[in-house]
Design a protein around this ligand. Structure first.
Ligand code: ZN
Length: 303
């Protein structure tokens, strides 16, 4: 989905550029496409008159340059926030997904990694994903983010999607207040460190009925399960590779782990997994991208 990211970036740049022209010409910020031409025509006028009162004009220019710089900084911040937090389509808010097959049957698949960030293995996985130009989705445990904040930042800086996997990975029953502690605290810390305000949750151990998913749903998180379980916490590299290849499907979500124990088996299996899936024609997407693709498809079918 490199194209998608490029598109978002280009769109953002053009919004910033249009806003800049609008500001310089004294227009308020607007997405009116005709603004650039009008702006160019208007800018020429004050410059021509500037000889009459140079001091005033310079003061005005300095002031307007400063305001302009501030405006661009604000717009860049807003653009970054939008890029890091793609909105969850309404149909998935407060719902549980296992996979999202597209109507076209397009071979896209989402690799997901739970229980990190974790020393060594998170880095190794980032290296392999980067080398293969793949974006994946990481479900962080809050207390691991607290212990390894630099790794959490690194995952986000590499452009991967990030979800919430609770604060301490508990399995027992939770009251709404206890569930809020597990989920809110994790989301807040991820946001503080990475700027990502995640609206994706994955329950520890896949437990659906201990109060965590109920709370996540009430807060409109999409509960992200999986359609292919590597069982990488229990089996060797060849076996986990086989598990994923046997269960892979278009629109599928693959469960793996980058943390919570020795995950070198996952690291060893990953390059061959990517190879084999690519040979079968699969393209790799993040979970938010998968949701967005399906949403666009539904919108197009409506229109
Ligand atoms: Zn887990």
């Amino acid at each position: 989905m490199a194209n998608h990211h490029l598109f978002v970036w280009q769109r953002s740049i053009s919004i910033v550029a249009a806003a800049a022209f609008g500001f310089m010409a004294g227009f308020s910020l607007t997405v009116d496409k005709s603004i650039s031409r009008r702006a160019l025509q208007t800018i020429a006028l004050p410059l021509g008159e500037s000889n009459q009162n140079t001091a005033d004009s310079q003061a005005l220019t300095a002031q307007s340059n400063q305001q302009f710089t501030q405006l661009v900084a604000q717009l860049m911040e807003a653009e970054k926030a939008t890029r890091l937090n793609p909105p969850v389509p309404a149909q998935y808010k407060g719902k549980t997904i296992n996979d999202i097959p597209l109507g076209t049957g397009e071979k896209v698949i989402a690799l997901t990694f739970d229980d990190g960030p974790w020393p060594k293995t998170t880095n190794e996985i980032l290296y392999i994903l980067n080398k293969n130009n793949i974006k994946a989705t990481f479900f962080f445990i809050g207390r691991n983010v607290q212990t390894f904040p630099h790794l959490a930042k690194l995952v986000a800086e590499h452009g991967h999607a990030v979800g919430n996997h609770s604060w301490s990975h508990p399995y027992h029953q939770h009251s709404p207040a206890a569930a809020a502690q597990q989920i809110d605290r994790t989301t807040e810390l991820i946001y503080k460190l990475t700027g990502i305000k995640t609206t994706m949750f994955r329950p520890p151990g896949g437990h659906l009925k201990n109060g965590l998913v109920a709370y996540a749903h009430s807060k409109k998180y999409v509960n992200v399960m999986w359609s292919a379980d590597s069982k990488d916490y229990a089996v060797s590299s060849p076996r986990l590779l086989k598990n994923v290849l046997n269960q892979s499907s278009p629109g599928g979500i693959v469960l793996m782990h980058d943390g919570g124990g020795n995950r070198m088996g996952t690291v060893y299996a990953l390059p061959e997994m990517i190879n084999q899936l690519r040979k079968q024609g699969y393209k790799f997407v993040t979970v938010p991208e998968l949701m967005e693709m399906r949403e666009k498809e539904l919108q197009a079918n409506k229109g």
